[in-house]
Write a protein that binds this ligand. Structure first.
Ligand code: IPM
Ligand code: MN
Length: 367
């Protein structure tokens, strides 16, 4: 198995967490005798500093040639004053658009080992295992027209969806549900927005092609409340771009911290993998970053891009074992009387565990 992976560490804690994710992938490659090649490029604030734009042509060209892209985070305080296209975030949005990956998968799970790290009660989160399928290339993020008026006193964004955009992401959600608990909850605001009325109609018609999957429709305001009061009731949650952005950060409290969440963007030319957390400039360079989101994004890469399901599961298992050993980062340790562990020590623990798990398996097959 050969894989060419472009790594975009980006800003803030991005480089720290991607280093750990790459170490885990390298271990899989070494132990299993695969050939994973990594190539790093700039994106976001660091790209603006070094190359004058948030998504340099060299970066984009390398991504388009790759089998997969693994990204850290973008965003830096220094550029907060900039508008629109010149912001670090514009680099990420342009990359998502160029790669064409329209379905952003964000798994959220209540890990037993860190159940007491969540601000939610354990009896509330127990058993929760959700996959948020966020539409990634439409809605308010990309709709035209948009902009600030010349006098700076008014601004507008356009929420627009075409039936085809809803249909393609709905298929991804229903197909994922077939591998899970066969339930899709589609979240919209159809009591007010026409885009949501379209969304609901199209999702309903796609659902007819999946008679084995139950479909529910929920309004985003009430759903955002249900999500943290009864998270175990849900399976696949399908929603548009901005709702998905907001709901996935909210859902992170089910896991204990935003730092735990991984994502895969699929459906386009090249798949993009990134943790859900941002660049967290306040803790950058201090060893306090949580690498689990990036490491689990690497596991998703092996699943979705490489079809290495077993290796992907072993990374997930290694993450759970590491958590069970009490190795947690500062974002998780707040509620516990336990000292936080730096990102590189977490990465090292996952690397060793993955290596043991894979070697054990190989020894077993060799007998
Ligand atoms: C995310 C992030 C991005 C988004 C930002 C950094 C542009 O918040 O991936 O959730 O809004 O999509
Ligand atoms: Mn977000």
């Amino acid at each position: 198995m050969n894989l060419r992976i472009v790594v975009l560490p980006g800003d803030g804690i991005g480089p720290e967490v991607t280093t750990q994710a790459v170490a885990v992938l390298q271990t899989v490659s070494d132990v299993c005798g695969y050939e994973f090649r990594f190539e790093s490029h700039h994106i976001g604030g660091i790209a603006i500093e070094k190359e004058g734009m948030p998504l340099p042509e060299k970066t984009l060209a390398a991504c388009l040639e790759a089998d997969a892209v693994l990204l850290g985070a973008v965003g830096a305080k220094k550029f907060d004053g900039l508008s629109g296209e010149r912001r670090p975030e514009a680099g990420l949005l342009a990359l998502r658009q160029a790669l064409g990956s329209f379905a952003n998968l964000r798994p959220v799970k209540a890990y037993e080992a860190i159940a007491d790290c969540s601000p939610l009660r354990e009896d509330v989160t127990r058993g929760a295992n959700i996959l948020i399928v966020r539409e990634l290339l439409g809605g308010l993020y990309f709709g035209q027209p948009r902009g600030l008026s010349e006098d700076g006193l008014s601004a507008s964004n356009t929420m627009r969806y075409h039936a085809d955009e809803v249909e393609r992401v709905a298929h991804v959600a229903f197909q994922e549900a077939r591998r899970r608990k066969h339930l899709v909850t589609s979240v919209d605001k159809a009591n007010v927005l026409e885009t949501s009325q379209l969304w609901r109609r199209i999702v309903g018609s796609v659902a007819k092609q999946y008679p084995d999957v139950r479909v529910e429709h929920s309004y985003v305001d009430s759903f955002s409340m249900q999500l943290v009061s009864s998270p175990a009731l849900y399976d696949v949650v399908l929603t548009e771009n901005l709702f998905g952005d907001i709901l996935s950060d909210e859902a992170a409290v089910i896991s204990g911290s935003l730092g735990m969440l991984a994502s895969a963007s699929v459906g386009g030319k090249v798949e993009l993998y990134e943790p859900v957390h941002g660049s967290a400039p306040d803790i950058a360079g201090k060893g306090l970053a949580n690498p689990f989101g990036a490491i689990q994004s690497a596991a998703m890469l092996l699943h979705y891009t490489a079809g290495l399901y077993h290796e992907s599961e072993e990374i997930m298992r290694a993450v759970e074992r590491t958590l069970s050993r009490g190795l947690i980062t500062r974002d998780l340790s707040g509620r516990r009387n336990r000292p936080p562990v730096p990102a590189d020590a977490i990465g090292q623990a996952v690397v060793e565990t993955v290596s043991d798990l894979l070697q054990m398996q190989m020894a077993y097959h060799a007998v």
